[in-house]
Ligand binder design. Structure first.
Ligand SMILES: NC(=O)c1ccc[n+]([C@@H]2O[C@H](COP(=O)([O-])OP(=O)(O)OC[C@H]3O[C@@H](n4cnc5c(N)ncnc54)[C@H](OP(=O)(O)O)[C@@H]3O)[C@@H](O)[C@H]2O)c1
Length: 361
């Protein structure tokens, strides 16, 4: 199907979020018209940063209220759009609706969006935001040793009964959309699987999300646990680069329905190294790097070494997105921008060494 035309109109779900917010900004920067879908247009804590974007005052950016849980809420919004970037989360697990892992709920919210895309008669391309968790998410570590290349054709071991709901739901979502697109014959659906997004937040409410910004926020506040996520290193991508990938997918004449693209810079960085780098990258700040020594017995030390060795042996690839022309930022720039934005936009008070203070003049 046709890519979106230059200057065309794109609807973005989850526009108040970390990735969605950057996608809105980057689409505007490339000359597109954007319909930003948020749950509550009047919730200034989540939408003021969108309304402050230059495209808002001219009308090139419009905000629309839509909750994925309500059927038909995207019907009017998608009418006349050329592209849809589905970025939003669904309700969290444990909520009234069930969230990730609740197959019926996942199908229901996907059906809502798909129906509105079909009704629009104008949308030709949808980019679905999946996750690297739909590529690698093993509870059996041997799987990662046996299949260490992390690339688009890899899927987590589907026979694993403990496959996390999030990973399974994302895979289902990818399939729902590509099957529906094929059945429609008038649009196609391509998946972006972002790795762990780092980079600047644009609004204070994004400081706890991610979870990567939330973890860096804790580090700045003097808390860092190297064992978080079972010693899994961060597989990073700058949030701005994730959005460049999503836009490239919307614009490409080469991509095909059902294809997936991993957005990652191929860096793997241990949690404590992220924390140590804050001071290295921002020496003027005087960040008091917390003590991250772990009190481990022999078994714990061996487990940590084993896990780290498995992760070190994986081969994270971004060949397909580089073939789309994506040039990834240096990880240090992303970590620096993330720390600075958490302090300046997120109003996080970092722990500082004696003699240092924030410049608030
Ligand atoms: N961040 C990462 O590192 C990462 C990595 C891989 C994949 N992803 C995927 O990328 C997407 C965006 O992640 P993010 O980090 O940008 O998340 P985020 O900052 O938490 O934003 C999520 C967005 O989803 C919206 N949302 C949640 N439930 C909704 C509902 N029922 N109806 C309508 N909107 C709803 C939220 O709206 P409110 O503001 O109203 O709550 C918010 O705008 C997600 O699909 C996530 O799975 C993220």
């Amino acid at each position: 199907m046709a890519p979106i035309p230059k200057g065309g109109t794109v609807a973005v779900t989850g526009a108040s979020g970390f990735i969605g917010g950057w996608l809105v900004r980057k689409l505007l920067g490339r000359g597109y018209r954007v319909r930003a879908c948020v749950r509550d247009v009047d919730d200034g804590t989540k939408t003021d940063f969108l309304k402050a974007m230059p495209g808002y005052i001219s009308g090139r950016l419009t905000l629309h209220a839509a909750d994925l849980n309500s059927a038909g809420c995207f019907d009017d919004i998608f009418k006349g759009c050329h592209g849809v970037a589905h970025v939003s989360h669904i309700d969290a697990a444990g909520s009234e609706r069930g969230g990730y892992g609740d197959d019926d709920y996942v199908k229901m919210v996907n059906d809502h969006i798909i129906r509105s895309v079909n009704l629009s008669k104008s949308v030709t391309r949808v980019v679905v935001t999946s996750s690297i968790a739909a590529v690698v998410s093993e509870s059996n570590f041997d799987e990662m040793v046996n299949r260490p290349v992390i690339y688009e054709d890899r899927y987590p071991d589907s026979d694993n009964p403990r496959l996390a709901g999030y990973s399974r739901s994302k895979q289902q979502t990818e399939r729902f959309f590509s099957d529906a697109a094929e059945a429609s014959g008038s649009w196609d659906s391509i998946t972006c699987c972002p790795a762990d997004n780092v980079g600047p937040i644009q609004s204070a409410h994004q400081g706890d999300r991610g979870p990567w910004q939330g973890l860096m926020k804790k580090m700045l506040q003097g808390e860092c646990n190297p064992a978080v996520h079972g010693y899994r290193p961060w597989h990073t991508v700058d949030v701005r680069d994730t959005c460049t990938v999503q836009i490239a997918i919307l614009e490409s004449v080469m991509v095909k329905n059902g294809e997936r693209f991993i957005a990652c810079n191929t860096n793997k960085i241990d949690v404590e190294e992220v924390c140590v780098r804050i001071d290295r990258l921002l020496p003027e700040l005087g960040f008091a790097t917390p003590d991250m020594t772990e009190d481990l017995d022999e078994g714990g030390t061996a487990r940590r070494a084993e896990r780290r060795a498995v992760y070190a042996g994986t081969d994270l690839r971004n060949d397909r997105t580089r073939a789309l022309g994506i040039i990834y930022r240096d990880l240090n720039d992303s970590l620096r921008d993330m720390a600075e934005s958490l302090i300046s936009v997120g109003e996080v008070n970092p722990v500082l060494r004696p003699g240092y203070s924030l410049n608030k003049e």
